[in-house]
Write a protein that binds this ligand. Structure first.
Ligand SMILES: CCCCCCCC/C=C\CCCCCCCC(=O)NCC(=O)O
Ligand SMILES: [Zn+2]
Ligand SMILES: [Zn+2]
Length: 508
């Protein structure tokens, strides 16, 4: 009697499994191939003379030797900032004498260039970089961080990947173009900020305000950001280029605990330091929830699915089902954990002046980087519920994640970047990603919706820790590619057409 319903149930179950497997495989194996062929021949690669190759390395080394350090919100090395100004005037004479180029300094130490194109109906674009760097105490470095020394084919120094490589790369590329009598059709701007590492208020923000006041609208804007990753994403076998199409938001949360000062021989049951430490520990021990698959990183992994072998490829192509599993894998390492969630970093703690004095105040700062699927308000609500202690006073400065820039086949900026990356780095795939650091480009939202973050460098395993870390460096060929990239980007952008490609599987 009961056999028939059981058989029906088994039948339904087996059919369900078969349909599920079919859907998973269909989604995996119908993804377009990552290999694309461009429909036109493209711009020629710049041929550099021996002297020019030496010149560009010399320029980068000289830039590294100027310690343009941003120490804190209020403290910068202004002598070095002024020296950098003189240096670029000396190092790039063609730029400063060209009748095509208009130059102005902004906020005293930032620089804005406008290169006049001959066709005013084409919307201008903008290249952005920053000349300030984070501090670099010499301990732990193989060579002094502001020496620009060469070692084993690499130029070492603070700023070689963040972001003097881009500053010098852009200016050197323009210098080479002007030497070759290049006259663009499409106008473009170059902005070089001097305070990106402390928020960009006096540099990039002022540049953006200036352009906005003139009514400028940009076709696209490119700033530092993601990169070509070679062996960095585990499970992939070839280099992958990531173009940042958004960036995480941020919160600087200040925590303060006050208590009565006194003699350390009669300590209170709970001290300001103890209360603060407990709050900090709760924040660190309770990471923000995973938002993996709810933001644009979903597109990144779906487009990358073909790069992985079985079973990861099936899982990546079917995040609707496997996002929680992939999230668990990614959260094992700090760089991929940053893609999964809003991160919590305890960065500053301050309290106490003497071992026998109970300090009246304990302070700390926690830096959050907000996942694109969350807002600063949502994160602050979780923070308050996690700390759950009224004795901890909270104040914060925050900004939400940036809007998502378009990355469709019709978008001029994205496709021109994609094309230029393939041209210079011969890399496939090139996919959209989320920039985990913050950049000056976030101040330009009123000028364009197409804001991209890509640094033209190849990062290998171990290189990510050089960002703001020890032994920051770039290979000599690597820096030549930076110049090649901007040179080529200026050529490729000088068109009124979106670069077209077809997937190789579509070819006859
Ligand atoms: C699945 C693994 C993906 C790993 C993705 C990591 C890619 C990292 C590539 C480059 C590093 C991003 C740095 C972005 C620029 C940061 C600029 C900066 O320092 N800004 C100041 C700040 O954020 O505080
Ligand atoms: Zn930077
Ligand atoms: Zn930086």
């Amino acid at each position: 009697m009961w056999k028939k319903p059981v058989l029906v149930l088994v039948g339904v179950f087996i059919t369900g499994v078969v349909v599920l497997v079919a859907v998973l495989l269909l989604r995996t194996y119908t993804l377009p191939e990552n290999k694309v062929a461009w429909q036109d021949k493209g711009a020629p690669r710049i041929v550099l003379g021996e002297k020019e190759r030496e010149e560009l390395l010399k320029a980068l080394k000289a830039a590294i030797r100027i310690p343009t350090v941003s120490f804190s919100e209020t403290e910068q090395n202004t002598t070095a900032l002024a020296e950098f100004d003189e240096f670029i005037h000396r190092a790039f004479p063609e730029i400063f004498k060209s009748i095509l180029v208009t130059y102005e300094s902004v906020g005293k130490y930032s620089h804005l260039f406008h290169v006049q194109g001959s066709n005013n109906s084409l919307q201008p674009y903008m290249l952005l970089a920053h000349l300030d760097v984070v501090p670099a105490p010499a301990e732990g470095w193989d060579v002094p961080p502001f020496s620009g020394e060469e070692k084993d084919g690499y130029i070492y120094g603070r700023g070689t990947i963040d972001d003097k490589n881009c500053v010098i790369g852009i200016l050197q590329a323009l210098e080479f173009h002007l030497k070759r009598k290049f006259q663009p059709l499409r106008s473009f701007y170059i902005g070089i900020g001097h305070d990106e590492e402390i928020g960009g208020r006096h540099g990039a923000m002022k540049i953006a305000e200036k352009l906005e006041a003139k009514g400028v609208k940009l076709a696209f804007l490119l700033d530092e950001g993601l990169a070509v990753l070679d062996g960095v994403i585990q499970g992939t076998s070839r280099p992958i280029a990531l173009i940042g199409i958004t960036e995480k938001g941020g919160i600087d949360l200040n925590l303060t605990v006050n208590s009565s000062p006194g003699h350390s021989s009669m300590p209170p049951r709970e001290s300001s330091i103890g209360i603060l430490s407990a709050a900090l520990s709760r924040l660190e021990q309770n990471p923000m929830p995973s938002k993996f698959g709810k933001g644009p990183e979903r597109s990144m992994f779906e487009q990358l699915a073909r790069e992985f072998s079985f079973p990861l490829n099936v899982m990546m192509a079917n995040l609707w089902l496997f996002a929680p599993v992939i999230s668990r894998i990614l959260e094992q390492t700090p760089s991929s954990n940053a893609i999964v969630r809003t991160t919590t970093a305890l960065t500053i703690v301050n309290a106490g002046i003497k071992s026998n004095v109970i300090p009246p105040t304990a302070r700390a700062t926690v830096n959050f980087r907000i996942h694109p699927a969350q807002t600063a308000d949502e994160v602050m609500n979780i923070v308050k519920n996690t700390i759950m202690d009224d004795r901890v006073n909270l104040s914060n400065e925050s900004f939400d994640p940036l809007p998502i820039s378009p990355y469709d086949e019709e978008n001029f900026g994205y496709q021109t970047l994609k094309r230029t990356i393939s041209d210079v780095f011969s890399v496939e795939p090139v996919v959209p990603g989320v920039c985990i650091g913050n950049t000056d480009s976030r101040h330009f939202g009123n000028l364009t919706a197409s804001i991209y973050k890509f640094s033209p460098v190849v990062m290998k395993p171990g290189d990510l820790s050089r960002f703001h870390g020890l032994n920051e460096r770039i290979s000599k060929e690597g820096f030549e590619s930076v110049v090649q990239f901007y040179y080529r980007l200026i050529q490729n952008s000088d068109s009124d057409k979106v670069p077209r490609h077809r997937h190789v599987s579509e070819e006859l």
